[in-house]
Design a binder for this molecule. Sequence first.
Ligand code: HEM
Length: 395
Amino acid sequence: MFVLTDLPDGFHDDPYPHYRRLREDAPACVQPDGSVIVSRYEDLDRIYRDTTTFISDKKAVFGPKYGVDSPLYEHHTNSLVFNDPPLHTRVRKVMVGAMNPRALAQMEPGLELLIASLLDKMEGQRDVELMEAFAGAIPIEVIGNMLGIPRDQRDPLRDWSLSILGALEPQLTPEQEAHGNQSVRDFKVFLRGIIEDRKANPGDPEVDVLTRLIHTEGDHLTEVELYQNCIFILNAGHETTTNLIGNSIELLDRFPDKRAELIANPKLITTAVDEFLRMESPNQFGNRLTTSEIEMHGVTIPKGTDIHLCMGGANRDPAQFPNPDEMKLDRRPNKHIAFAGGVHTCVGLTLARMEGRIAVGRFLERFPKFEITDGMERGGRLRFRGFSKLPARLD
Ligand code: HEM
């Protein structure tokens, strides 16, 4: 049986045969702790839409996991993604409003410049580690600009983000838990100066997320909600987009005919980004909690059960995607659920697609003959699929 806390050897190299067996043989796979994995596309799609039976609030799960007095508990139970209405609705409205077309259009020229400067820096080098030099360097700048974090203060953000999101893994060592808790504490101290400054000097509320979060009309966020949602947005747009860029470049290396197709027809990049998101989804698992007893595929699932939504598996479901293991750069329709679905659908999906399109497109234009070389390392996480090292030869 497939057990999330005891993954089979080689799982991270290729999880897809395991997901296929789950979809085919155990579409509602009960785990030793009573939680259940679901992996068929139509089940995930239905669960995302049914917010009465499947809720996002995680207090019941995170209380025993982190302890109710811990910083990790405070963070993960106050961020919008692990909440239901009314907190979810209030915070989401503010964030969606800040990602309007004008705000995104304003970001694009800066993003082009940033990517061009990273490519320029790599130009003179033959061998480069792409996660550090490229994929990891882009989202942090984008989110840092979005929240107005001074450039010279951005260094610690990646480590905080990795350890706070890493604490969502099914199993944690005491060191990982302590690191996650310390990161939440440090992040709050760090944000204090930035938030106080923005309170005194508000930005343009049309495009500035932080100003919007601080001045939520009529229905202010509490201090805790404000801080924890700032941390969340910094984290949400960060590791995921880094992994989108890294995973896409690795896919183009693995499928040389697709690389040639994209070089010959660069306009394909828009649909190609969605195919990269489907093939190697940066988020492989999400969660919901049942509010009543339900029946799925002959399994009775009690009220209060933690459901693991296997997005990586659903995005390879042949019932939804013909020839799911084949990468088709112009796949249409491509209703993948790499950004989840329903009321919690990723707020940053347009921004993430724009980052992916420009980063991967420009990289391939500049280094069409790149090759991934020995020493590639997977991140080794279940929820977040990506590389910790992606060495490449560029010429
Ligand atoms: C490739 C990049 C990205 C991927 C794959 C991704 C994926 C996701 C997923 C799967 C969720 C839903 C989680 C759930 O409910 O179970 C989500 C939510 C969210 N994402 Fe993203 N994300 C990406 C980039 C971004 C960016 C760039 C931002 C913002 C700058 C962002 C902001 C958010 C926010 C605020 C939510 C919470 C939405 C809610 O609960 O209503 N994400 N994302």
